[in-house]
Design a protein around this ligand. Structure first.
Ligand code: SDX
Length: 378
C-alpha cells in the first residue's frame, strides 16, 4: 500500500467519490445533483431540494406531496426528550442542546437496519422532521416556557418560525428562510459532512451520525462563523471603524469571520444570494445598520486580501438575514444544522451503498523502545 504525502487538514485529498454536489472554487459554482444553486434558490423548496440530494432526482408531484406529508406528521418529539431539555442549563449553547437531543433520538429509534430502504427513509423523515422542533423547543424552554407544538397547517419553514416565535410568519419571511435552508443544505466534503461519514462508516445509527456532525458544525471555523460575524460587526460598530479593524486583524494574523474558504477563491455564490435576500428583507421590514458595515468590510477585505483568494463565504451575510427575521444570534448555527441534515443524510445514504470504514494512517514522529520508569525514579 503506498502512503500519500501528509496534507494538513486533508487539503486537496479526495476521501470519497460522490455525485451529490459539486463546487468549482475558482468560478464560484455550486451544483446540487448537477443543478446550479441559483436555480434551486429561485425555484425549489428546502424539502424538494432535500429529496433531490438524498434520492438523487427531483421528486414528481406525488413523490413530493408524500414526502412533505410524512414530514409534516412526524414533527413532534418524545416528551422524554422535551423533559430532558428542561434539565439543560438555560445558558447552554443551543448547538450543545441540539447535539444532545439528536443523540437522544437514537435511544428511541436506533435499530440499525441499514440495508433496508424503508429504515433509511424512516430515519431521513424523522431527522428532517424533528430537528427543527428540537431547536425551537430549546429556545422556548431556556426562557422557562413550554415548547410550542408544531402547526400542521404550516409548511416546513413557516412551521419552524411559528414554533420559534409563537406566531405565523409573514409569507415573504417564511419564503426567504426556506431559501436560506436550501443554500445551507449541502456543500461537498466540508468538515461536518466528513465527520458524519467517518461516524457512518462504522455502521452506527443515523442519529449518532447526525450528533457527530452537529458537534463538528458548531466550531467557529465552520458553521459557528455566522454567529461570530454578528459579534464582529457589533465590535466594529461603524463604517468608519472598518478599515482600522481590518488592519488590526491583519497585524494580529487573526481570521476575519465570514471570509475565506478551503475551496472558494472567489466570492461564495451563496453569499451573493444571501446578500440579495437581506436586501429584500430590509426593503420590506426596515434597514439594519450593520449592513453598511458589512458591505464596507467586504469591500475592504477584497482590496486587502482578495489577491490571497479571501472573499466572503456563506456565513458572512446569513446572520443579517436571520437578524431581520427576529432569530436570536445563538440560533444561527442550529439553523445551519437544520439545513445541513439533508446533506449529511445524503452522504450517509450514498456511503452505505459501498461502505468501507475510515481508517487513515499517520506519520509517526515519536520515539521507540523506551524503558518504563518507575514513579519513584521520575
Ligand atoms: C463554512 O468547507 C466548507 O464547504 C464549509 C462551508 C459549508 O458549506 O460547509 O462552506 C461552511 O464553514 C464556511 C467557512 C466559515 N468559517 C469562517 O468564516 C471562519 C474564517 N475563515 C477561516 O478560518 C478559513 O478561511 C477557513 C477555515 C474557512 C478555511 O481555512 P483553510 O482553508 O485551512 O485556510 P487557512 O487557515 O490555511 O488560511 C490560508 C491563508 C492563511 O494565510 P497565510 O498564513 O498563508 O499567510 O489565508 C489566510 C490565513 O491566515 N486566511 C484568512 C482567513 N481565512 C484564511 N485571513 C484572514 N481572515 C480569514 N477569514
Amino acid at each position: 500500500m503506498t502512503v500519500c504525502e501528509y496534507r494538513p487538514g486533508l487539503e486537496g485529498i479526495p476521501v470519497a467519490q460522490s455525485s451529490i454536489s459539486y463546487v468549482d472554487g475558482q468560478k464560484g459554482i455550486l451544483e446540487y445533483r448537477g443543478i446550479r444553486i441559483e436555480e434551486l434558490a429561485s425555484h425549489s423548496t428546502f424539502l424538494e431540494t432535500s429529496y433531490l440530494l438524498i434520492w438523487g432526482e427531483l421528486p414528481t408531484k406525488e413523490e413530493l406531496e408524500a414526502f412533505e406529508y410524512e414530514i409534516r406528521h412526524r414533527r413532534r418529539i418524545k416528551y422524554r426528550i422535551r423533559d430532558m431539555m428542561k434539565c439543560f442549563p438555560e445558558t447552554g449553547h443551543p448547538m450543545d442542546a441540539l447535539q444532545a437531543s439528536a443523540a437522544a433520538l437514537g435511544l428511541f429509534y436506533s435499530k440499525r437496519a441499514l440495508d433496508n430502504p424503508d429504515y433509511i427513509r424512516e430515519a431521513v423523515v424523522r431527522l428532517l422532521a424533528k430537528i427543527p422542533t428540537m431547536v425551537a423547543a430549546f429556545k422556548q424552554m431556556r426562557k422557562g416556557n413550554d415548547s410550542v407544538q408544531p402547526n400542521d397547517d404550516l409548511d416546513y419553514s413557516a412551521n419552524f418560525l411559528y414554533m420559534l416565535n409563537e406566531r405565523k410568519p409573514d409569507p415573504l419571511a417564511a419564503r426567504i428562510f426556506d431559501i436560506c435552508l436550501t443554500l445551507h443544505a449541502e456543500h461537498t466534503m466540508n468538515a461536518s459532512t466528513f465527520s458524519a461519514m467517518v461516524t457512518a462508516s462504522t455502521l452506527t445509527d443515523p442519529y449518532a451520525v447526525v450528533a457527530s456532525a452537529v458537534g463538528t458544525l458548531a466550531g467557529p471555523l465552520h458553521g459557528g462563523a455566522n454567529e461570530e460575524v454578528i459579534t464582529m460587526l457589533e465590535e466594529i460598530g461603524s463604517v468608519e471603524n472598518v478599515r482600522s479593524y481590518l488592519e488590526d486583524c491583519v497585524q494580529r494574523k487573526s481570521k476575519i469571520m465570514g471570509f475565506g474558504h478551503r475551496v472558494y477563491k472567489v466570492k461564495d455564490p451563496r453569499a451573493t444570494i444571501l446578500q440579495n435576500l437581506a436586501e429584500q428583507l430590509f426593503e420590506k421590514f426596515g434597514h439594519d445598520e450593520y449592513y453598511e458595515i458589512a458591505v464596507e468590510l467586504e469591500k475592504a477585505v477584497e482590496e486587502k486580501l482578495g489577491q490571497k483568494g479571501i472573499y466572503a463565504n456563506v456565513d458572512f451575510y446569513s446572520g443579517l438575514v436571520y437578524r431581520k427575521l427576529g432569530i436570536p444570534t445563538d440560533l444561527f448555527t442550529p439553523i445551519f444544522a437544520i439545513a445541513r441534515v439533508a446533506g449529511w443524510l445524503a452522504h450517509w445514504k450514498e456511503q452505505l451503498e459501498e461502505n468501507r470504514i475510515f481508517r487513515p494512517t499517520q506519520i509517526y514522529t515519536g520515539v521507540h523502545s523506551v524503558d518504563y520508569l518507575p514513579i519513584e525514579k521520575r
